[in-house]
Design a binder for this molecule. Structure first.
Ligand code: FES
Length: 106
């Protein structure tokens, strides 16, 4: 288990524990984090799991693959460090990961 912090658009932080090997989207859904929908179940096809990785973590994640980048462009997620939570697989190196959530996924 690792600790993840979600910060909503009102700057309210929620810290959860999540299993290594699961996606950040699943960790959010399992912990009822409002602001992450995960409508497609993690198949990189809905963009209802957009987050913004905290600047302190931006260089510690593998960059998005082409499909994720294309999806992010299609929803105009032009804020720095935008990612799809479903495309981030949690591992031990992500202990303490902090992400910010938009006001809405639509
Ligand atoms: S859950 Fe659909 S794109 Fe991430």
């Amino acid at each position: 288990m690792i600790n993840i912090t979600f910060i909503d658009h009102l700057q309210q932080a929620t810290r959860v524990q999540a299993d290594v090997g699961t996606s950040l989207m699943q960790a959010a859904v399992d912990n009822n984090i409002s602001g992450v929908v995960g409508e497609c179940g993690g198949f990189c096809s809905c963009a209802t799991c957009v987050c913004h990785v905290d600047a302190s973590w931006a260089d510690r994640l593998a960059p998005p693959e082409a499909m994720e980048s294309a999806m992010l462009e299609s929803v105009a997620a032009d804020r720095p460090n935008s990612r799809l939570c479903c495309q981030i697989t949690l591992n031990q190196d992500l202990e303490g990961l902090t992400v910010h959530l938009p006001e809405s996924q639509y």
